[in-house]
Design a binder for this molecule. Structure first.
Ligand code: GAP
Length: 459
């Protein structure tokens, strides 16, 4: 994990938020390469689940919503984590995390049960100090809308993008009248005042979600749930995630969110352990019924060609962009290990015990469609104007066609290859003296470092 965090910073994927002022816990900024990888992931989501289907539509709702949304959804009352404080240094922790770290299973435990264990076992803070009384802490960030700062102007930054979809369900039905089942997708920011943000971008206070609310007849939910689960597995594998590291967890009733009748979490074996990558929940008609009750507006859908009306039920696949980006990078990250002259490619954690192993080439084996740059173009030598001019011409042609093409004339060619390997560029194109003679270039392949000659006209 440390190697990936360091690569992210060194090569401009992800920087700590507000770093120049000492940072702000739980916030991260995407650098130039991170933005490109993130967009490629989001584009893949949109292409797969919206553009290539006939039953899916997009929305992009406001982040700040009427506070009634969060009262109706149950977030004001229940969107909380157990908070406990070190009585000496005042550091704050999530009680469930402390219990897990102390070796207790918290699966299915109520807040009271967690407090009982804490007291019975005399649980201490990680600094060895006594802990105060635990309490539930609501994770929504609040703000005030307009110039008057009082109870009447309180609003929240959305803790999930989902409610922006539910509140637009009726608008979409009234304007497009899509056939049931149909789904609405949204990509956008979500905010949670996490008690202890940690593990790089895995648990942050501001992050991006890609969510789908799929509206259906309640009789169909079980079949559709399985279909969505299968569709996400297929997509995740297509992003290069290691199949052996993906696991389904059937979430027990006592651990499910208040709105869910069934949840399957798709977990991933990150270097920090097996953790939730995403979830698929059967939200029933919980949200639309709440909106109907609180707003007084009818949320029924009339089945086409009949008089049959129903409030649709919902299957919700939800995934965080950053958690997915971490899984993509962890799956793609390879560090070759040189053992006694042999070169073997292995995951970074697979270094042989003992012996003269030494770190070799670092390669980010991203699928081509996710890589920040598709190609890098270089002149073999920077100080030969004729090579630079030809390389610029090739670069301009590819840039016009593909957009995400890098130019690199720094250092020697070996260093350029090493840098492009690390950021996942699938192909490096080098213009040399033969190019001037016969119009061919060297195309060097990232994954096995093999090289071929190709005519410029065939690039
Ligand atoms: N609308 C349902 C919902 O928000 P969730 O399980 O709370 O469900 C969905 O969140 C996904 O959002 C998670 O599976 C995870 O990928 C991502 N996520 C949640 N909290 C996060 C955090 N603090 N930092 C980064 N990603 C987070």
């Amino acid at each position: 994990m440390d190697e990936i965090v360091s690569l992210c910073k060194r090569r401009g994927f992800i920087f700590p938020g507000s770093e120049v002022y000492g940072g702000l816990a739980g916030t991260w900024d995407f650098g130039p390469l991170g933005v490109m990888l993130k967009r490629n992931i989001e584009n893949s989501f949109w292409q797969t689940f919206v553009e290539s289907r006939t039953d899916m539509y997009g929305v992009d709702a406001a982040i700040i919503m009427n506070p009634k949304v969060w009262e109706a959804s149950g977030h004001v009352a229940t969107f909380a984590d157990p908070l406990v404080e070190d009585l000496v240094n005042r550091k704050r922790y999530r009680l469930d995390h402390l219990l897990e770290e102390a070796g207790f299973s918290v699966q299915g435990l109520t807040f009271d049960a967690m407090c009982d264990i804490m007291k019975r076992e005399g649980l201490k803070s990680p600094d060895g100090n006594a802990l105060g009384e635990a309490r539930m802490f609501n994770m929504m960030f609040s703000t005030h809308v307009g110039p008057v700062v009082d109870d009447t102007s309180v609003a929240y930054l959305r803790p999930e993008t989902a409610q922006g979809i539910f509140t637009n369900y009726k608008n979409v039905v009234d304007t497009l009248y899509p056939d049931l089942p149909f789904g609405l997708a949204q990509i956008g920011k979500a905010f949670r005042n996490e008690i202890s943000p940690r593990d790089f971008v895995f648990r942050s206070r501001e992050f991006n979600q890609m969510e789908i609310e799929y509206f259906c007849d309640p009789n169909d939910w079980e079949r559709l749930f399985e279909e969505w689960l299968a569709a996400y597995h297929k997509w995740l594998l297509g992003l290069g995630l290691d199949a052996t590291k993906i696991h389904d967890l059937e979430v027990p009733a006592e651990d499910r969110a208040h709105y869910s009748k069934r949840t399957v979490d798709i977990e991933f074996d990150y270097p920090i352990g097996r953790k939730e990558l995403m979830g698929i929940a059967y939200r029933t008609d919980f949200d639309l019924q709440n909106i109907q009750r609180v707003s007084g507006k009818n949320m029924e859908y009339t089945i086409k060609g009949t008089n049959k009306k129903l409030v649709p039920h919902v299957i919700e696949p939800s995934i965080g962009v950053e958690r997915l980006m971490m899984a993509v990078m962890c799956s793609a990250y390879m560090r070759e290990i040189e053992v006694g002259g042999d070169n073997s490619t292995a995951g970074s954690s697979n270094a042989p015990a003992g012996g003269a192993a030494k770190a070799g080439r670092v390669v980010l084996k991203l699928p081509e469609f996710l890589a920040p740059y598709r190609f890098c173009v270089s002149p073999l030598l920077k100080n030969k104007p004729e090579l630079v001019a030809k390389a610029r011409e090739v670069f301009a042609g590819l840039k016009k066609k593909y957009g995400n093409v890098a130019w690199d004339d720094n250092g020697n060619i070996g260093k350029r290859y090493a840098k492009q390997d690390e950021i996942g560029t699938p192909k490096c194109i080098v213009i040399d003296f033969d190019t001037l003679e016969d119009g061919t270039v060297t195309v060097r392949n990232r994954d096995d470092a093999s090289q071929i000659r190709v005519a410029i006209s065939e690039l």
